[in-house]
Design a protein around this ligand. Structure first.
Ligand code: PBG
Length: 324
């Protein structure tokens, strides 16, 4: 059967009809808000390249956590910007480090909120790379112990999920073993499994002060043209014990997300990164796009491609627009 018997437009004639046949729905349950923790108190510094995003001291993180929970958003992910940086990223696993204090503050203010922590060394190293250096080379194996110690210190501070984003080989296994040996066997690992060496992280690096002092991250993050390799990375992370797999960035890598959805039965996350957010906000500011509509369309596309949940800087604004 075909036209004129078949008319696809029949089911598009009203919003009620469209609602009945809608295949993908975005809800507050799908959103995770990234937060940047900085030292001090009463600090609320705007990130210029990300309108609506702030760097917050622990007391402000606590208030934000409450506001986020009140909006019905299930989770936040925390990044820390320490006072001091050194070659081995000592601040990353300090018991009273920036993220550790922020986690405790967020959990105290909103105990029901799921607090995820980003596990990486780049915000804590003076060279800005995600692992330890051997000369100008990022040394894989020596970095694993630092990453595992960082994840454990986050768990001890009260993190509900740890999320390694460094892209060292073997980090998931190292973190799992360290958590399990310390009786943190119930803490899930969200692996940034397919993380690409992307130009879309630009605004984040301003916010997190994590731009590498020399070179770039192409020696450890993935090469953008590769999809099969992403599936292999995800497979390896699952074998090492990852509970959730993530693709990052999101919109430029929807094919990777869709392929992962077909291949794996585990929860999948996607990170709508700083550059994706900044592009939409900048165009909206100039009146070139309807910002909220373009944002909703992007997030629905990421869900349609297969994400179970999405890390997005727009989480609060979008949650406020979605029906409870
Ligand atoms: C840390 C990390 C980065 C992002 C998340 N975790 C930066 C990077 O890898 O350079 C990017 C997030 C964003 O752009 O929103 N390794």
């Amino acid at each position: 059967m075909s036209f004129p018997t078949v008319r696809m437009r029949r089911m598009r004639r009203s919003e009620a009809l469209r609602r009945l046949v809608r295949e993908t729905r975005l809800s507050r349950d799908d959103l995770v808000l990234p937060l940047f923790a900085v030292p001090g108190s009463g600090v609320r510094e705007a990130v210029t390249s990300m309108p609506g995003v702030f760097r917050l001291s622990a007391d402000q993180i606590a208030e934000e956590a409450k506001a986020v929970a009140d909006l019905g958003i299930p989770a936040v992910i925390l990044f820390g910007i320490p006072e001091q940086k050194d070659a081995r990223g000592s601040g990353a696993d300090a018991a009273d480090g920036i993220v550790q204090r922020a986690v405790a503050a967020a959990k105290r203010a909103a105990p029901e909120l799921c607090v995820i922590t980003d596990v990486c060394l780049c915000e804590y190293t003076d060279h800005g790379h995600c692992g330890l250096l051997d000369g100008e080379e990022v040394a894989n194996d020596p970095s694993l112990e630092r990453l595992a110690a960082t994840a454990l210190s986050h768990a001890r501070a009260g993190a509900d999920i740890v999320a390694p984003s460094d892209m060292m080989d073997g980090r998931v296994a190292a973190i799992r073993a360290t958590l399990d040996a310390a009786h943190c066997e119930s803490i899930p690992i969200l692996a940034y499994a397919a993380k690409y060496a992307s130009a879309f992280y630009g605004p984040f690096r301003e916010a997190a002060e994590s731009t590498p002092a020399f070179g770039d991250r192409r020696g450890y993050q993935m090469d953008p043209p590769n999809q099969r390799e992403a599936l292999r990375e995800m497979h390896l992370d699952l074998e090492e014990g990852a509970d959730i797999l993530m693709v990052k960035p999101a919109l430029p890598y929807l094919d990777v997300l869709a392929a992962a959805r077909r291949r794996f039965d585990v929860p999948l996350a996607a990170y709508q990164v700083s550059g994706e957010y900044a592009m939409l906000m900048a165009a909206a500011e100039r009146g070139w796009l309807d910002g909220p509509r373009a944002m909703l369309e992007s997030l629905v596309a990421i869900k349609r491609a297969g994400a179970d949940f999405i890390l997005t800087y727009a989480a609060k604004d979008i949650a406020a627009r979605l029906a409870p």
